[in-house]
Design a protein around this ligand. Structure first.
Ligand SMILES: [Zn+2]
Length: 169
């Protein structure tokens, strides 16, 4: 990992807004990624959803309880310097994904993680589906395996879930 860039990243975490709330933290991380996007390979950015994540409006998408504490973030990053940019992109992608996705039931395929609610982006109709970020398992709300292949999706935000009468635990 390039040490100048790594130091620069750690340095943005000194901004007191990073521990203020998740929305501010999300904004700081995504704007850092935007200003350093040339350091990442373009396929790395898309594989880790960093293009999509950088475009989402945090006021609309950031969830109330992403499942980690902001106070520990700087320490956590400092202790785990990534080996390279690919690894770093994966860590950033997972962190941001945690902040914009609502958790559903546990993944039946790997039992490693709770699946996240996504909404399909289709011309005339959209559908809520559940996807596991660990193994990629995807299913419909009825619990049937998703068989329509790869389709463009967005995280389902609170309004989307309300529209489909989905109540979070
Ligand atoms: Zn899984």
């Amino acid at each position: 990992m390039d040490s100048t860039i790594w130091k620069d990243f750690i340095n943005v975490l000194n901004n007191p807004l990073t521990t203020k709330d998740y929305i501010n933290y999300y904004k700081i991380i995504t704007s850092w990624i935007q200003s350093h996007r040339n350091n990442f390979k373009s396929e790395t950015l898309s594989e880790n959803r960093l293009n999509l994540l950088s475009k989402l409006n945090p006021d609309v998408y950031v969830v109330e309880t992403p499942g980690f504490l902001l106070d520990n973030e700087k320490k956590r990053f400092e202790k785990n310097e990534p080996d390279n940019f690919d690894n770093f992109a994966m860590i950033l992608g997972n962190r941001l994904w945690d902040m914009v996705t609502n958790r559903g039931k546990e993944c039946p395929n790997c039992e490693g993680d709770e699946m996240r609610y996504l909404i399909t982006k289709e011309e005339n109709c959209s559908e809520i589906i559940l996807e596991c970020n660990s193994c990629g398992w995807t299913e419909t709300l009825n619990g049937e395996k998703w068989r329509r292949g790869i389709i463009e999706t967005l995280p389902a935000n609170r309004k989307d879930l309300q529209r489909f009468n989905i109540v979070l635990n």
